[in-house]
Design a protein around this ligand. Structure first.
Ligand code: PLP
Length: 480
């Protein structure tokens, strides 16, 4: 194994052999991971080509971003046209055509749930914006005592200080714990039936337990001091965890009872990733939020763009009483980013990609189940779950037998070994981070988040390489 390593979302994987070129390459980038990542030079669809000519299949969509793959001619033309027309205006002085068009597309997609939107350059920035919007809402409502936010363990909302404070990613929080917000941000349990629903309770009783826990938290803090509740509609990077049925209905009822805002983070699971435009349409009990954050699949990787969508109630409080949102960033509503995002959304609609994402996603899950869970599958004893929806799936491995560890992996996470082996074979997959228990142990989980326009043939190839990698690692560590 080469000493150079490449990391995908914080996890280290080895590059393919023959990558000596990268070992001596001086990198001008701040090391975000051990080693130096190889340099990508071009992309087409789900394929990425490196400077040494190697070609990779990106089955992770980068970080669940590349929803229409790379190099789409319609987006390329739209971006070129916008560069020629207008590169930049400052959104606090002037709006611009692509921003207005993108806002219309998004508000329409909410079917009445949203009244206004604001743009940001990325998911964390948009999360910060959403939290500040929620706080300003209460400030304008003359309820400045509303200062607490409630989020969940086993969640990820971004890497800026407030977004990380909302998150339950212990290993990434650790270096910053002393500067994170603890006074105003509080955590309740994740909604993760497979791990935390007790054997003596039904799904309904489990949901009621979570609802009661949230209500107790409101009462402990003082119900009229809570700004709102924040959650990913489908937990993404921490383990692809759809909530049990009825959960969001119950949670929203607590927010309504005490007048707090219901805030959904759909940075990863939104804009088609789950096979519907907004994940709450089918994974969140069809309960639209008061404030919603979207990112990744909004621009599909063609632009740095995210957005905050807000209900009429929130919009009215901001614009009617005070006139404007006391918040802004230099690059918000950037014309080129907005033009790219409009084009990406047009491609998704014109090419019927939500449907394709649903179908290829189901096909991916079916093949994974056949190859990993069928009675004669070599990996069956170690594969504990395959879950997800739309174009977001996870395979969970479990090496803990009834009497402890079933194999000596030399202290390494199986998922990371598999990820590295996939990488050597030209396949990029992600490993979930802190997808473990509320305290944050790491779990053996591999995430697939391919572009919505992946073909069935490509899905077959992805599964072939993945299963081959899984079996090779199992053999290598004498697990079989
Ligand atoms: N929220 C969720 C649910 C995410 O998955 C992410 C990124 O993975 C973020 C927020 C932060 O987005 P960004 O990395 O664009 O800042």
């Amino acid at each position: 194994m080469s000493s150079t390593s490449y990391s995908n979302e914080g996890s280290t994987v080895a590059p393919a052999s023959g990558s000596d070129k990268q070992e001596s390459r001086p990198s001008s980038l701040l090391p975000l991971t051990p080693g130096q990542p190889p340099v990508a030079v071009s992309g087409k669809g789900i394929y990425i080509t490196l400077e040494d000519g190697r070609e990779f299949i990106d089955a992770a969509g980068g970080a669940a971003v590349a929803c229409i793959g790379d190099g789409h001619p319609i987006v390329r033309e739209a971006v070129k046209e916008q560069v020629d027309k207008l590169a930049y205006v400052y959104n606090m002085q002037l709006s611009n055509e692509p921003a207005e068009e993108l806002a219309s597309v998004l508000l329409e997609s909410g079917k009445g749930a949203f009244e206004l939107c604001g743009f940001a350059a990325g998911g964390s920035e948009a999360m910060e914006s959403a939290i500040k919007l929620a706080r300003q809402y209460w400030f304008e409502q003359k309820q400045p005592q509303r200062r607490h936010l409630i989020s969940r363990h086993m969640s990820y909302h971004g890497n800026t200080v407030t977004a990380l404070s909302l998150s339950g990613r212990p290993s990434w929080r650790a270096p910053y714990e002393e500067i994170l917000q603890h006074k105003n941000i509080h955590k309740v349990s994740p909604a993760y039936a497979k791990r935390f629903q007790r054997t003596d309770e039904t799904e309904e009783q489990y949901v009621e337990r979570l609802r009661q826990e949230l209500e107790d938290k409101f009462l402990e803090l003082g119900p009229d001091t809570v700004i709102g509740f924040v959650a990913e509609t489908v937990v993404g990077a921490s383990g692809v965890i759809p909530a049990p049925k009825g959960y969001f209905k119950a949670i929203k009822s607590v927010c309504r009872k005490y007048g707090a805002l219901f805030i959904l983070d759909e940075v990863m699971c939104g804009m088609g990733r789950m096979g519907v435009t907004h994940a709450w349409e089918s994974f969140g009990d069809n309960e639209p939020p008061d404030i919603q954050v979207i990112g990744k699949s909004l621009g599909g990787g063609y632009a740095c763009i995210a957005a905050v969508l807000m209900s009429k109630q929130v919009a009215d409080a901001i614009r009617d009483k005070n006139g404007f949102w006391k918040h802004g960033h230099t690059y918000q509503a950037h014309p080129i980013s907005c033009a790219a995002a409009v084009a990406v959304q047009k491609v998704i609609a014109a090419e019927n990609l939500l449907e394709n994402g649903r179908q290829t996603g189901e096909f991916l899950a079916q093949l994974l189940r056949e190859r990993l869970l069928s009675p004669d599958a070599l990996a069956r004893p170690f594969t504990s779950d395959i879950r997800g929806g739309g174009s977001l799936w996870i395979v969970e491995f479990d090496f803990t037998g009834p009497e402890g560890e079933r194999a000596d992996l030399e202290g390494q996470l199986f998922a990371r070994l598999v990820q590295a082996r996939c990488f050597e074979k030209g396949l990029v997959v992600s490993v979930s981070i802190s997808g473990g228990n509320a305290e944050g142990d790491e779990r053996d989980e591999i995430i697939f988040a391919p572009a919505y326009n992946i073909t069935r043939k490509e899905v077959e190839k992805v599964v072939d390489i993945f299963v081959e990698s899984v079996e090779e690692v199992l053999r290598e560590y004498s697990c079989l």
